[in-house]
Ligand binder design. Structure first.
Ligand SMILES: NC(=O)c1ccc[n+]([C@@H]2O[C@H](COP(=O)([O-])OP(=O)(O)OC[C@H]3O[C@@H](n4cnc5c(N)ncnc54)[C@H](O)[C@@H]3O)[C@@H](O)[C@H]2O)c1
Ligand SMILES: O=C(O)[C@H](O)[C@H](O)COP(=O)(O)O
Length: 383
């Protein structure tokens, strides 16, 4: 059996070699020629999977090691009887860690407290629901808008009018161009105009959920919005005028924790085992190498504010700085740099996996306030 995988998928050889020959290729430039004699195709979000790629090929199973599936023509796969699997929730905590870091950074920069602010989450699925819990733990009031969930009878949700009036608005919907609740350009000129002065807008979903041209024109007219963008219309080529006006700009790496990427590959391994009716012979925990272990030593941190605790683990400003350094290059070089930053992304562990110690020893009997702060941020603290 021939298994073609995106080269940006950690531990794919280790996981799939028992099924057959594993070939790794750059996902963005995969062609029908690369794919035609593969039996299994495993991609990430940068490969458009449709009739043009697969017609006439041997592929019987397609997996995407991502949450989003907007790059896959699911109807066509279904019509062809090609099995499909994605990785729902694989990197949701990574996005929550990213958004937490962004908000703590902006609160520090502009000297305001997050507690007591009102956050509006658009899309209360795997990411949104986990983010809701994190923000509530940090003392924010959280409203959520999710019309498909409301249609299904979920209560306590609000509409976009209520979201527009929040201090923080964060998008976590799939990119849907059709259907009852399309999300394409959900943040359009009208919604952007309704955001209150000082509002924080974050998009970590898909670039086109926010109308990028409308956002640029809003930011050219008003300087009272704080914007954090991880996803962009036209990736890998980003509008640099927009990037220049955004406070934190990153190259689609919110979900790029090591845990999130590995979990994505793992979920496809489980799905392929089920498809082939074979029991899994490995465990996810056994795949994490010792070199990926990350320790946060509280004795080496002073002061120990929430931002310091987070930055000892993940510093969003490093991603922002590295991305901005590429923006004055020619279009070709910038687009290549967007993909290179993602391919060579430094190892980042999710807060929940970091070992908390004090002076090298397991951290027991932490001051109550400190333990509560660590817990609210998602670090593994007992109690
Ligand atoms: N930047 C990144 O690295 C990164 C990482 C993970 C996910 N994502 C993106 O974030 C999206 C959300 O991830 P998820 O795991 O929470 O997905 P999910 O499918 O678990 O949840 C999406 C939620 O959005 C809701 N929704 C759908 N249309 C809506 C609309 N028009 N308005 C409001 N809500 C709507 C759905 O009902 C669902 O509850 C993914 O589809 C993916 O595109 C990006
Ligand atoms: O949908 C997802 O899971 C995320 O957007 C994911 O982080 C995308 O990463 P990529 O597939 O582009 O490597």
């Amino acid at each position: 059996m021939k298994i073609l995988v995106d080269e940006n998928m950690p531990l794919a050889r280790e996981l799939f070699a028992s099924f057959g020959e594993v070939l790794a290729r750059p996902g963005r430039s995969l062609t029908a020629d690369d794919v035609h004699d593969a039996d299994v195709l495993l991609v990430r979000s940068v490969t458009r999977v449709d009739e043009a790629l697969l017609a006439g090929s041997r592929v019987r199973f397609v997996g995407t090691a991502t949450i989003g599936t907007d790059h896959v023509d699911l109807d066509w796969l279904r019509a062809q009887g090609i099995a499909f699997a994605s990785a729902p929730g694989c990197n949701a905590m990574s996005v929550v860690d990213y958004v937490s870091s962004a908000l703590l950074e902006l609160a520090d920069r502009h000297d305001f407290a997050l507690a007591g602010r009102r956050a509006g989450i658009v899309g209360l699925g795997n990411v949104g629901s986990r983010l809701q819990r994190r923000l509530q733990a940090l003392g924010l009031e959280v409203l959520a808008c999710d019309p498909p969930l409301a249609d299904a009878g979920h209560t306590g949700l609000v509409d976009m009018d209520a979201i527009a009036g929040c201090d923080i608005v964060s998008f976590h919907t799939p990119l849907l161009r059709h259907g009852a609740h399309p999300s394409f350009h959900l943040a359009d000129a009208a919604l952007l105009a309704r955001l209150k002065p000082g509002a924080i807008l974050l998009n970590t979903s898909r670039g086109a959920v926010v109308d990028n041209a409308a956002l640029l024109s809003a930011l050219e007219r008003r300087d009272d919005l704080h914007v954090v963008l991880d996803v962009w219309e036209g990736e890998p080529l980003v509008d640099r005028r927009l990037a220049a006006r955004v406070e934190l700009a990153t190259p689609h790496i919110a979900g790029y924790s090591y845990d999130g990427k590995l979990r994505g590959t793992w979920m496809l391994y489980e799905a392929l085992c089920a498809f082939l009716d074979q029991p899994p012979t490995m465990t996810l925990a056994s795949l994490v190498p010792d070199s990926a272990r990350r320790v946060l030593d509280l004795a080496q941190l002073a002061p120990r504010r929430a931002l310091d605790l987070v930055y000892a683990t993940y510093r969003i400003t490093d991603d922002d700085t590295a991305f901005r350094a590429t923006l004055d290059q020619t279009d070709d070089i910038r687009a290549a740099a967007f993909d290179r930053l993602r391919k060579q992304y430094p190892l980042r562990r999710e807060f929940a996996t970091v070992e908390i110690v004090h002076g090298g020893l397991p951290a027991t009997r932490l001051p109550v306030g400190e333990a509560a702060m660590l817990r609210a941020l998602g670090f593994p603290v007992a109690g």
